[in-house]
Design a protein around this ligand. Structure first.
Ligand code: KPL
Length: 310
């Protein structure tokens, strides 16, 4: 039986652990101890309890577990490398990793440094934590899996099959770099603005914010063209990005975006993984990015105001 280590007991980590545990040996790894009894609320509102095998990073060092089939890293983007480092001594270097981060920061760095296969997953599954012992699976989505060099198709297919048996809708793809940047583009247009203004996604439609959303889309479309990222849904240029962003705004109108949740919980945001790669790319290609830089600076100042008070 293939075993799965899941490093990072956030919402996606716990959802994976709940889903895979009936089928495989799962170890959920965190820095702090977790209640063994964990609750899952399904999208249909059913509450299920399950005993998850949860260990701390320190306990892992002496647990002497058999080598895992997959290590899923489900931390925030900026914590992924440190998290991997924390278990690297007990993880055989040929182990396939699965990176579940937003943005495009952890993925190229870890692909470069890890000797074994590095898969990237991008998902639209909606989940959030409720208390220390619960995760709410708010909405079903689609998960795409692939590796940046397109060298590990069979590993991605095997994982997609396992995830499908576990109740996810999962597909192996050969263009995960495109998919990650496409999600990043949508996140860049929505997340910083809703986080700064403390509003739900749908409010971006209002006159107060829509102009700034359009300015972000304009800069992002130019940057992605220079990066060789195809506009979504076989569309053309900026119009295709505009249509996608507003469609996601409408579909998630009632959502509190992940960056707003981070701000409300006084956590560091993923600005470095979402705005960072866009700004870096714009500078490399000599493109304007003052709208993105201004957003990044505003989020940085907001973060500093609560992080320095901790
Ligand atoms: O992915 C999201 C997030 O919250 O990070 C969006 C698409 C903005 C939906 O809320």
């Amino acid at each position: 039986m293939t075993s799965h280590w899941i490093l990072g007991p956030g919402a996606i980590g716990r959802l994976l652990a709940h889903s895979l545990s009936p089928l495989a040996a799962v170890t959920l790894i965190g820095r702090r101890a977790l209640a063994e009894q964990q609750w899952l609320t399904t999208p249909e509102g059913e509450r299920r309890v399950q005993r998850l095998n949860a260990l701390t990073v320190d306990q892992m060092a002496s647990a002497d577990l058999p080598a895992p089939g997959f290590v899923h890293i489900t931390t925030k983007a900026m914590a992924a490398e440190v998290a991997l480092e924390s278990i690297s001594k007990i993880t055989p270097p040929t182990t396939p990793l699965v990176l579940w981060q937003n943005g495009f920061l952890a993925q190229p760095c870890i692909t470069e440094s890890w000797p074994g296969p590095v898969l990237c997953a991008t998902t639209t599954e909606g989940a959030y934590l409720s208390g220390g012992d619960g995760v709410v699976h708010a909405g079903r989505g689609h998960t795409l899996i692939g590796d940046l060099r397109d060298q590990h198709r069979s590993v991605s297919e095997a994982l997609a099959e396992t995830l499908s048996k576990a109740g996810f809708t999962a597909t192996a793809v050969d263009d995960i770099r495109q998919r990650l940047w496409q999600k990043l583009a949508v996140n860049a247009a929505i997340n910083p603005l809703v986080a700064l203004h403390g509003v739900r996604n749908g409010e971006l439609r209002g006159a107060r914010y829509s102009g700034r959303v359009e300015s972000v889309i304009n800069q992002v479309a130019m940057i992605l063209q220079a990066e060789g990222i195809q506009p979504p849904n076989a569309g053309q240029g900026e119009d295709a990005w505009r249509a996608l962003v507003w469609q996601v705004v409408d579909n998630t109108a009632n959502n509190k975006a992940s960056m707003l949740q981070d701000v409300e919980a006084s956590r560091p945001t993923e600005r470095g993984a979402i705005l960072g790669p866009l700004i870096e790319s714009a500078q490399r290609h000599g493109l304007p990015c003052e709208v993105l830089q201004a957003l990044d600076q505003e989020i940085a100042a907001l973060e500093a105001s609560y992080l320095s008070a901790r």
